[in-house]
Write a protein that binds this ligand. Structure first.
Ligand SMILES: NC(=O)c1ccc[n+]([C@@H]2O[C@H](COP(=O)([O-])OP(=O)(O)OC[C@H]3O[C@@H](n4cnc5c(N)ncnc54)[C@H](OP(=O)(O)O)[C@@H]3O)[C@@H](O)[C@H]2O)c1
Length: 249
């Protein structure tokens, strides 16, 4: 295990996090920590993935990014078991389906901004124990101010205001972390998976598939494998897109 690249993925039991875990554990030399708020879902995901990839190396960690006690316990547990994290993928996120108004804003920002920031800050000391640390914030092209204000961009027309605002805030956090950590050898990225099948928009087939428009989450999963394997290190400090190179912030 000490020779493996240790990758921690928040929200790893579903959608982009699950596919990324699959892409990574299909390769030798990695151990993925599936950090999930519901350990039962994490254990189920682990069992499924081990069926498909019997040589995969996977463990489950209880981690609710909106719960400071859960974050503290998760840091203690990873410190004791692994002593470092080589790649931290801050992926857990929500559109707070079924809510509106202030509650929608609060729930969206609680997970996508406050949760992402608190959990990342808590794990930075473990990243600094790695020889090749990499930190990825899973954002969205919908959070790009450049694309939102370019009326010729297909990204401009989409609503999802609260979600877009949360990912714009996440992008600013990522830029700030990049500047703070670049001198400490940490490669920091924002990453947009593109429109892919997941439970982000709801549970029905129409919502999962975005009315048939959503692609395969293995596409961003494999792009994230490239990032954690160091194949995109020269693009650190940028907002990468699974489909289109680099996005404007
Ligand atoms: N799918 C897309 O088209 C798309 C496009 C652009 C960006 N993204 C981004 O991709 C990331 C993953 O989303 P997804 O599309 O894969 O959606 P998803 O299938 O709904 O997965 C979201 C994951 O985040 C977890 N999560 C939510 N709140 C959490 C919390 N407080 N603590 C820990 N885990 C929490 C969920 O856990 P539970 O299973 O327990 O709910 C689930 O595992 C998000 O950041 C999203 O904004 C997705």
């Amino acid at each position: 295990m000490s020779d493996s690249t240790i990758v921690l993925i928040t929200g790893a039991n579903s959608g982009v996090g699950y596919a990324t875990t699959e892409a990574i554990v299909s390769q030798p030399g990695f151990h993925v920590i599936l950090a999930c708020r519901d350990p039962a879902k994490g254990n189920q995901a682990r069992a499924e993935l081990l069926q498909k990839h019997p040589k995969g190396s996977l463990s489950v960690l209880q981690l609710d990014v909106e719960d400071d006690n859960s974050i503290a316990q998760a840091v203690t547990s990873v410190t004791n078991e692994f002593g470092r994290v080589d790649a931290f993928i801050s992926n857990a996120g929500t559109t707070a389906v079924g809510t509106s108004g202030r509650e929608k804003l609060q729930r969206t920002f609680s997970a996508n901004v406050f949760g992402a920031m608190m959990v990342t800050e808590a794990f930075i000391p473990l990243l600094l124990q790695s020889k090749q640390p990499r930190l990825v914030q899973i954002s969205s092209g919908l959070g790009s101010l450049g694309l939102a204000s370019d009326l010729s961009s297909p990204y401009a027309a989409s609503p999802w205001d609260e979600y877009r605002m949360s990912k714009a805030a996440l992008n600013m956090m990522t830029i700030q972390m990049h500047k703070r950590l670049m001198g400490k050898n940490v490669r920091v990225f924002a990453f947009c998976p593109g429109l892919v099948r997941s439970r982000l928009r709801g549970e029905s087939e129409e919502e999962v598939s975005a009315q048939g428009r959503a692609g395969d989450p293995m596409v961003p999963g494999r792009a994230l494998l490239d990032i954690v394997a160091g194949r995109r290190d020269e693009e650190a400090g940028q907002f990468l897109s699974a489909a289109s190179g680099v996005f404007p912030w």
